[in-house]
Ligand binder design. Structure first.
Ligand code: ADP
Ligand code: MG
Length: 469
């Protein structure tokens, strides 16, 4: 028999520890701003690395392309779970996209922890397949080599718009021989081996790609946030507010900063024992603490850990702990999301998921409700913290306060599977951001889903940095 008192104690204690009252979120946002200043001041000034993207003119570059020619550009978007390849045909002047095709491939898990050659070899082979299918509606101008924008969603110290070295892996990747390597050089080598003639023209983080893609459509976009396997943000900063930048001042006076906010940490973060244990057992212990509370790779796993404790200490399911429940990462965030969105009166989806994934049958409605509640606690905390991070950015760029009806429009481009599919997460984030900025300023702020923005953005960055301009 389950010990209900003990089980509910565990839930209540977890809920209290996960609390994110608005005052705490303001502290988190302020701490984020402090880290942003520190990261901009010097190279190792903060855990939040505030990386220079070399994208310094997100609006104009794209429009300043040679106005007489069409352009065909490719992009490769390597995320945490999938990678996408796409091609776009831009019209003369690059003002609009005439044609777009893409395909998505799951990354085989063994490649995430293998060798650099194996990973890039696989990607190059898939890209070669895709290029071989280039057909109607796509034209490469005579005498040109195909050009590619490479979206690489891991922290990279860039040395130019198309070179940079990997700082560390995140999101379950661990390929030791890739450290310190130039990722563009590695990709270029793999392309050559495939016999694929293609020039890597731009390297961008997915947040930077999303920002560029978002700005292409809407000039009011000032920041981009990714909520997918991992989480990160990029925004447009004034060049003179970046003390660590010693290069030539960009003509636009602006520079896109890839924050790498997943590595944010603060004493104000509502961390629990479950978070500490998850972190301790992860491939990147002590790193990406913000990401581990917010993003798709981890939310389901946090729920699993709480359930496991309830099974162990309160015999929540049976007298013994269900063996499947003890397997790390078996409960994925999409499944958690499906349970959380279950609106059937008897919580049928929860029952099905528990049976299919954890081999636990005949769960009572009362227990199913507790499980939905756990999902809610974990998703709410993640969404509210993400909102606090965005509020931090708004504060940093001075878009958070009322200017007596004279506020500029502010758009935040969002992308990633978590944001796209986990509806309750997205709406909680929006409501929280609204509470943080207040009703008046909220009128000037909007959050827009930039569907596949990172891939399209990378293709546009390749266009704006083309060798044939
Ligand atoms: P990546 O982050 O690898 O670039 P995506 O942006 O496509 O890829 O995000 C994929 C992640 O989004 C998955 O790992 C998962 O955590 C999350 N996700 C996908 N579908 C759902 C869903 N239905 N509900 C909640 N989260 C989801
Ligand atoms: Mg992605």
């Amino acid at each position: 028999m389950p010990n209900w008192v003990r089980a509910m104690d565990i839930v209540t204690e977890f809920e209290e520890k996960c609390g994110t009252p608005i005052g705490k979120l303001r502290q988190v946002a302020d701490a984020m701003v402090v880290e942003m200043f520190a990261g901009l001041a010097s190279e190792n000034g903060s855990r939040v690395k505030m990386l220079i993207s070399y994208v310094d003119n997100v609006c104009n570059q794209i429009f300043n392309r040679n106005r007489n020619e069409d352009g065909l550009f490719y992009a490769l978007d390597l995320g945490g779970t999938n990678f996408r390849v796409l091609r776009v045909q831009l019209d003369a002047g690059g003002g609009s996209i005439k044609n777009l095709e893409f395909t998505e491939v799951a990354i085989p898990p063994e490649l995430m922890v293998g060798t650099s050659d194996a990973l890039f070899g696989y990607i190059a082979a898939e890209l070669a397949n895709f290029v071989a299918q280039e057909g109607k509606g796509f034209y490469l101008s005579y005498g040109r080599e195909r050009e590619l924008g490479f979206t690489f969603s891991f922290p990279v110290m860039q040395t130019s718009i198309n070179s940079g070295t990997l700082i560390k892996w995140t999101k379950g990747f661990s390929i030791n021989d890739a450290f310190g390597q130039d990722v563009v050089a590695a990709l270029t080598r793999a392309l050559k081996k495939q016999g694929l003639s293609m020039h890597v023209t731009a390297l961008a983080n997915d947040t930077v790609g999303t920002l560029a893609g978002g700005r292409f459509l809407n000039r009011d976009v000032v920041a981009a946030v990714i909520l997918g396997t991992g989480t990160n943000a990029a925004y447009v900063e004034r060049a003179d507010a970046i003390p660590k930048w010693h290069g030539p001042p960009p003509r636009s006076g602006e520079m896109v900063i890839n924050m790498e906010w997943g590595n944010f940490h603060s004493e104000h973060l509502p961390l629990t024992d479950y978070d500490h244990a998850l972190d301790f057992e992860s491939l990147n212990r002590g790193e990406q603490i913000f990401e581990k509370m917010i993003s798709g790779m981890y939310l389901g796993e946090i729920v699993r850990r709480v359930l496991c404790r309830m099974a162990e200490e309160a015999a929540f399911f049976f007298e013994t702990v269900p063996p499947k429940l003890q397997i790390p990462f078996i409960l994925r965030t999409p499944d958690m999301s499906a349970m959380h969105h279950d609106t059937s009166p008897d919580l049928r989806v929860v029952g099905t998921k528990l049976k299919d994934i954890l081999e636990i049958s005949n769960v009572s409605l009362k227990k199913s409700k507790v499980i939905v509640k756990l999902c809610d606690i974990v998703a709410t905390r993640g969404a509210r913290l993400a909102a606090a991070g965005i509020f931090g950015i708004l504060k940093k760029v001075g878009r958070h306060a009322s200017e007596n009806g004279k506020n500029q429009k502010t758009v935040i481009a969002m992308d990633g599977g978590l944001y796209e599919h986990y509806t309750r997460f997205g709406s909680c984030l929006e409501n929280t951001l609204k509470d943080l900025v207040g009703d008046e300023v909220w009128q000037y702020i909007s959050i827009q889903h930039a569907n596949d923005g990172s891939g399209i953005g990378a293709a546009l960055l390749a266009a704006s940095h083309s060798r044939y301009l």
